[in-house]
Structures are given as C-alpha cells and as structure tokens.
Design a protein around this ligand. Structure first.
Ligand code: 9L3
Ligand code: MG
Length: 151
C-alpha cells in the first residue's frame, strides 16, 4: 500500500519534471483481449519500420493520458478502447518518456485495423519473445507477461 502510494507519487513527479523540461510524454497501449495483447508493426520512420510496438503516440497539450490512449487507438487502429491503469514504470525514449497504459476494448468496439501500421497481431504470453520489439517496448515485456498470465 505504502509502496503503491510512493510509486504513484513518483509517477506524478516524473510527469511534472518532464512537462517542465519540455519533454514529451508518449503513451503506449497494452490492449488486452482474451488473454492476448495487441502488437503493431511500425511502418515508419525507416529505422523503426518492421519492429513491433504497443500502439500509441504523443500526448497533446491539455490532454489526459487516458484520453490520449483512446485518441491514438481511434487514429491508428480505428477502434474504441478504455484505458484502465498504468503498466510498468516510465521508460526513457528519445523525445521524453514512454508510459504504458493497460486498456480494454470499449463495448461493441470495432475489430482493430492497421490504419498506420504494417500489420497487427494478437500475441499471447508465450509468443511475446518471438517478436522484434522496438527497444523501448522491450523493457515492458516482463510486466506484459505478468499481465497476460495473471502471475
Ligand atoms: N514510441 C516507442 N514505443 C511505442 C510508441 C507508441 C512510440 N510503443 C516512440 C517512437 C517515436 C515516438 O515514441 O519515436 C513517438 O511515437 P509515434 O507518434 O511515432 O507513434
Ligand atoms: Mg503512433
């Protein structure tokens, strides 16, 4: 409980420091359905093309992170999701920090489509290691495994 409180405080602090420093926050979505997470294969930029990621993008000014998750999933996947909490810790990336949010499909949501990615794939815990993940997302694989297996 105390640890969770401290972690939450630390999260708020990093967010404020990042905002003050002008660093951008990028959200990534761990969309889970039937025990699998949705992985998306990047189509750009050339140095990341072909690698897999948790879909998402930059949080816009004045936008909450859960709203950014929902907007990015509508833009990139053409589907509605609900963000339901953080997964793992803040991960340093070139433009600032990456924060992963767990999400579930909104009721009646359309099947995700690769509107900006090269491909999509629902991945089970035992297949996570098979994908060539972008470096930042590799750091969240242990947390993802825990999430998918309930351990
Ligand atoms: N990024 C890394 N892992 C992710 C996401 C969604 C994004 N799971 C990095 C790649 C880009 C930057 O964050 O350098 C912004 O992402 P986007 O707007 O190009 O998707
Ligand atoms: Mg994106």
């Amino acid at each position: 409980m105390v640890r969770r409180l401290l972690a939450a405080r630390a999260g708020v602090l990093t967010e404020r420091v990042a905002a003050l420093a002008g660093a951008s926050v990028v959200v990534a979505t761990a969309l889970v359905r039937d025990g699998r997470v949705l992985a998306a294969q990047r189509s750009r930029p050339p140095e990341l093309a072909g690698q897999w990621e948790l879909p998402g993008g930059r949080v816009e000014a004045g936008e909450s992170e859960p709203d950014a998750v929902a907007r990015e999933c509508r833009e990139e996947l053409g589907t509605d999701v609900r963000a339901i909490g953080r997964l793992g810790t803040d991960l340093p990336i070139a433009p600032g920090l990456l924060r992963v949010h767990r999400a579930e499909p909104a009721p009646g949501a359309a099947e995700p489509r690769a509107l900006e990615h090269s491909a999509l794939r629902w991945v089970g815990a035992d297949e996570l290691a098979d994908l060539d993940w972008v470096a930042a997302d590799r750091a969240v694989l242990a947390d993802l495994t825990e999430l998918l297996t309930g351990r």
